[in-house]
Design a protein. Sequence first.
Length: 438
Amino acid sequence: MEMRNLFYNEMMEPLAARLRPQTLDEIVGQQHLIGPGKVLRKMVENDRIPSMVFWGPPGVGKTTLASVIARTTKASFINFSAVTSGIKEIKEVMKRAEDDAQMGERTIVFVDEIHRFNKAQQDAFLPFVEKGSIILIGATTENPSFEVNGALLSRCKVFVLKQLTADDIVLLLKRALNDERAFGGKKIHIEDKDLYFIANFSNGDARAALSALEMIVLNGEEKNDEIFIDSELIEDITSKKSFLYDKKGEEHYNIISALHKSMRNSDPDASVYWLARMLEAGEDPLYVARRVIRFASEDIGLADPRAMQIAVAAYEACHYIGMPECTDSLAEAVIYMAVAPKSNSIDVAYGTAKADALNMLDEPVPLVIRNAPTALMKDLGYGKGYQYAHDSEDKLTNMKCLPESLQDREYYSPNEQGLERQIKERLKQIKQWKKDHS
């Protein structure tokens, strides 16, 4: 420890660590929680802190907020890692916290990435949260409804932290440029448009923005204790954008949902944007293509049967040529889906039929449409009265094909969009013919 004090230089710490806020007023963003008069700020100011879970994307200040709360409330602060902490370590720390609680000292236990703790590890916190021995603050990028044990979650207040805006990030970057803790008082020349470029690059992640700024400043042109930064340098350092996209996490499902709903809303611009967000972040193009095939049936159906053909062709193109060549094939399919006429009649028909099928699994097949490969089956009436539609002039018969108890069911009801307008008219003619020949 002595050697560290002698040689350690604060400037060796990452910029984000050197500028970590010390008070609520220094925190950028999250004003819906810590702005004047807001609920979390009141809790902190009144020193009435419950156990809680901070849910939000990376780099929005979950750890920072927890440490500020601990400092403001004068509580001990213990930082747990989901990677290195086992049940034994949890119980040891909980025992110390319980002893401190008996002496009137409070302990805030911060668990970053609490979703990575397994059920047994999460359960180890539960009795101490219930007794009030600790104040648990968990942080997660995943939906706590799915990733945190119900018993533990029910004893915590969930606060949703929002992604930082470009303006939030620029404010943070300007603070860094003028803070003595950042670059030692050097004058740094950088234009606002370049700060916004860094902000957009960071995708709402304050830590990523500060890390990028630090790298940019360290590589800037220095003259007489002044540093000059140009756009070319920034573009070189930020040439590989890091997208907020976890192929196994919630954002994966958020973005595929955004694509599906944009196509359903007949918005080709939004559709191709969400497609690009997935593909450029490394999503498997075959996964996207499978979703487009599903969309073609679920949301377009017989209003435009070509949609299915185009979706399947896009899947085959992705299979044959892969990334990045297949991007245009998928874009073509996605834009076609967006502008095609919409009908969910197929999806509704199957869903209604499925409900009947599950509730009436024992309904017998009508004898008239059963095969009769043996003499015994013929004697039992299998296939008796069967009418071969091709033998009639109109290619129609009045034969009943549904089970007796479902004779009046109508599952498919076409709408007026695209080709379904013609199908609807045809179906009307069929039903009238059957009524006339019943």
